[in-house]
Design a protein around this ligand. Structure first.
Ligand code: NAX
Ligand code: K
Length: 487
């Protein structure tokens, strides 16, 4: 598990360190980190460093300063460095002087910058960092565009410029980085817009002890593997937590098959299914005990409710029944919509161990969704009194007590019909096994995304589209992987 801090928190943590270290020391440390990663990229991509060409896009603030000082370090290693100053009269004075001392080339015009970029091996994006407001301005946009068109990789200094460091939302023009070097702490953009950043290297600049507890956490394979429920010698099919799935309808039996099958693959023990797709579920999964109604289902330790449920009175009654059972509940899809339309159901869900798993559209039916998806999920969790898993390329899980995690998907293969049904089955099985809703949501999101990559073949190559059934079938391998990660 690692933490993510807001730009504001990072700035506050830097202050005491800046006060007790010599002028410029922190920036020099940051710049050395950038130079080291840049040298690695040059070596890896071109087989050497000396004489290779690097263009630094240097903005007006300290981010530009980092870039200029990194240019200075690269010059000392024999790299041909050209800096393009986006605000020549506000360029970081010490960084600029240092680069000039080392005979770095300095350009003031965008047109000459574009020509330099076309011949470069690597571009350093030091336009803006944590002080960014909005997308790239036209000059920076033209330079970023030149790098993209020429296929020159961009190494982002701290954050890819033009992408909001707090929300990860890209402005109209923004940098697509091949890799990112950040300082002191990872920021939300690195996990909310991971595909924009590429691999992120964290450089220690000594602010760690000054940081508060992280407001957002990211789970790693070993965290998930350590919590994955597996049977012990004393267990039988009942003791591991039986999950009930109230999903699917005559019109949408597939949701029931995907959700209950995913539950059966996620934990050992037993899955019960209750609903109008009992025949289809039995046919696909003979080990699942299927009945027509929640009332007939027998004892369970948690309910999954919603996928393919329908939003009519019968759906509302089913949701009410499972909420009244006093057990942990995973409410997805139609169940989320029903929570949006039925205030009394929201009241019954409040303060119960409930995990809701909306996509953006469903989320907007129960709470306000802004560009700040993390804050939106946190507010919704606090207001509704349930744990909220907001789906997206980066999945957010926020508990009513404020605990928040982000899971950046490795790819976008999960954007396929039925993948949410699979997630609900996994998370419901984990609830039944005793994980609290926050952990159940986080562990399920992790394994679900990994199963998509495995199903898509993206683990060993560029991959290909993966239907939800294949995601479901890849769950066992994804679970084995997280368990293997536990040392
Ligand atoms: N404070 C410190 O001690 C340290 C800061 N560091 C660096 O400093 C950065 C933060 O520096 P600053 O607070 O000076 O802020 P930035 O350098 O991120 O940006 C602020 C400047 O960029 C301009 N700007 C804002 N949005 C823009 C846009 N969309 N397009 C073009 N220009 C825009 C602003 O007018 C301002 O002059 C960090 O990201 C990091 O790279 C590191 O050197 C580590 C130490
Ligand atoms: K940057």
């Amino acid at each position: 598990m690692y933490g993510v801090w807001t730009p504001e928190q990072v700035r506050a943590a830097e202050e005491p360190v800046l006060a007790r270290t010599p002028d410029g020391a922190l920036m020099r440390r940051a710049a050395r980190g950038v130079a080291q990663v840049a040298l690695g990229e040059l070596e890896r991509r071109t087989g050497g460093v000396s004489g290779r060409r690097v263009v630094v896009l240097a903005g007006a603030g300290n981010n530009g300063g980092d870039g200029l000082w990194a240019g200075y370090e690269l010059r000392r290693r024999g790299v041909a460095v050209t800096a393009v100053l986006l605000s020549p009269d506000r360029a970081h004075p010490a960084g600029l002087a240092a680069l000039r001392r080392q005979k770095g080339r300095v350009l003031l015009r965008v047109e000459s910058g574009v020509l330099a970029i076309e011949r470069a091996d690597l571009v350093l994006d030091a336009v803006v960092g944590t002080g960014a407001r909005g997308g790239l301005r036209p000059e920076a946009a033209a330079l970023a565009d030149a790098a993209a068109t020429a296929g020159v990789p961009v190494l982002a200094v701290d954050t890819p410029s033009g992408v909001d460091p707090l929300t990860g939302v890209p402005g109209e023009d923004s940098v697509q980085a091949a890799a990112t070097v950040t300082f002191g702490a990872r920021k939300p953009v690195h996990v909310l817009a991971a595909p924009r950043c590429g691999p992120v290297t964290l450089v220690d600049i000594g602010i760690g002890p000054e940081l508060p507890p992280p407001p957002v956490r990211v789970l790693e394979a070993a965290d998930v593997g350590a919590r994955w429920p597996v049977p012990g010698p004393g267990d039988d099919k009942y003791t591991q937590g039986v999950v009930g799935v109230a999903a699917g309808s005559a019109t949408y039996p597939g949701a029931a098959v995907l959700a209950s099958g995913a539950a059966a693959l996620s934990t050992s023990g037993m899955v019960r299914y209750a609903g109008s797709a009992a025949d289809e579920v039995r046919a696909a999964w003979p080990e699942i005990v299927a009945t027509d109604t929640v009332g007939e289902a027998g004892r369970v330790q948690a309910w999954v409710v919603g996928p393919g449920l329908g939003t009519d009175d019968a759906g509302a009654r089913t949701l009410g029944d499972v909420l009244d059972a006093g057990l942990p509940v995973l409410a997805d899809a139609d169940a989320v919509t029903l929570l949006g339309t039925h205030a009394e159901l929201r009241e019954r869900a409040r303060n119960a161990p409930v995990l809701i798993t909306p996509h953006a559209g469903e989320f907007a039916r129960v709470a306000e969704l802004t560009d700040d998806r993390v804050a939106s999920a946190q507010r919704a969790a606090a207001d509704l009194g349930v744990t909220v898993l907001l789906k997206g390329n980066a999945t957010i899980v926020a508990a009513p007590d404020g605990r928040t995690l982000v899971h950046p998907a490795g790819s976008a293969w999960l954007a396929t019909a039925g993948s949410g049904d699979v997630l609900s089955g996994v998370a419901g099985a984990l609830l039944a096994a005793g994980l609290d809703p926050w952990w159940a949501g986080g562990c399920a999101a992790f394994v679900h995304a990994r199963a998509a990559d495995i199903g898509a073949g993206a683990a060993d190559g560029p991959g290909s589209p993966v239907p939800a059934s294949f995601v479901q079938q890849a769950l066992p391998r994804a679970i084995r992987e997280v368990r293997e990660a536990v040392r």
